[in-house]
Design a protein around this ligand. Structure first.
Ligand code: SF4
Ligand code: SF4
Length: 220
């Protein structure tokens, strides 16, 4: 059925009461009502993931975070666009990381706040792509960058996970780092890198006299 022939629904978007066919997304509904919204619509002004919206549906108390391009309008829906500047506080050059053995140490230097994750799930709750963001931060902290990066494949960098984080971690940038280093270094065994990093920090002791720890012992 074409949009013209559909029964219209009443929605409030950014305080504007409008009517629109239910087959339209929030952004399309605004256009349909004559509002040429561009600000906060990433595909029109730069970066996908910028059209994050707070949504409350009729009869529900819960307010959710969604994307204006994916959310279809419903009767009684209330919508508010979230517009805030993107953080740019993590600067690094992959070419300055000497080799893959140093990646985990570099990660903790670049993202020291990642160690403060309190596993509250705020990032996961905020993610409109249902990415297991919390797990991704944990895996990256353990040096398991390939696994962490795979979790963030569908990340659209909307920054909502960062907004929901009480520790000011930027999980999406953690995910981007994981994807970049995996591609850049074709990562070596993450468990080995992790153990070497623990040794470097003095958090893992080696008993050189334990069975199998010396080549001669191992041969016996
Ligand atoms: S991981 Fe974060 S930035 Fe990526 S889509 Fe989910 S909320 Fe948005
Ligand atoms: S919101 Fe922040 S502190 Fe909470 S689980 Fe996610 S990364 Fe950790």
């Amino acid at each position: 059925m074409s949009a013209e022939n559909q029964q219209l629904v009443n929605v409030v978007i950014d305080g504007k009461a409008i009517q629109a066919p239910p087959s339209l997304s929030v952004i399309q509904a605004l256009w349909h009502a004559g509002y040429p919204r561009v600000k906060g619509v990433g595909c029109l002004e730069g970066v996908c993931g910028s059209c994050r919206v707070l949504v409350r549906r009729e009869g529900q108390e819960k307010v959710g975070m969604e994307l204006g391009c994916q959310t279809l309008v419903e009767e009684g829906m209330q919508v508010l666009f979230l517009v805030f500047p993107n953080p740019t506080h993590h600067h690094y050059e992959l070419g300055e990381i000497k080799n893959s053995w140093d990646v985990q140490a570099e990660f903790h230097r670049i993202f020291p706040e990642a160690n403060s994750c309190r596993h509250c799930g705020g990032c996961y709750s905020a993610c409109p792509k249902n990415i297991n963001v919390e797990l991704g931060v944990k895996l990256a902290g353990e040096g398991r960058f390939r696994e962490a990066g795979e979790l963030f494949v569908e990340c659209i960098m909307c920054n909502l996970c960062m907004t929901g984080c009480p520790e000011a971690i930027a999980p999406n940038h953690v995910g981007l780092f994981a994807r970049r280093v995996t591609a850049y270094f074709h990562a070596r065994p993450s468990n080995l890198i992790h153990r070497l990093e623990l040794l470097r920090k003095g958090e893992l002791e080696v008993d050189c006299n334990s069975p199998g720890s010396q080549p001669d012992n191992a041969a016996n």
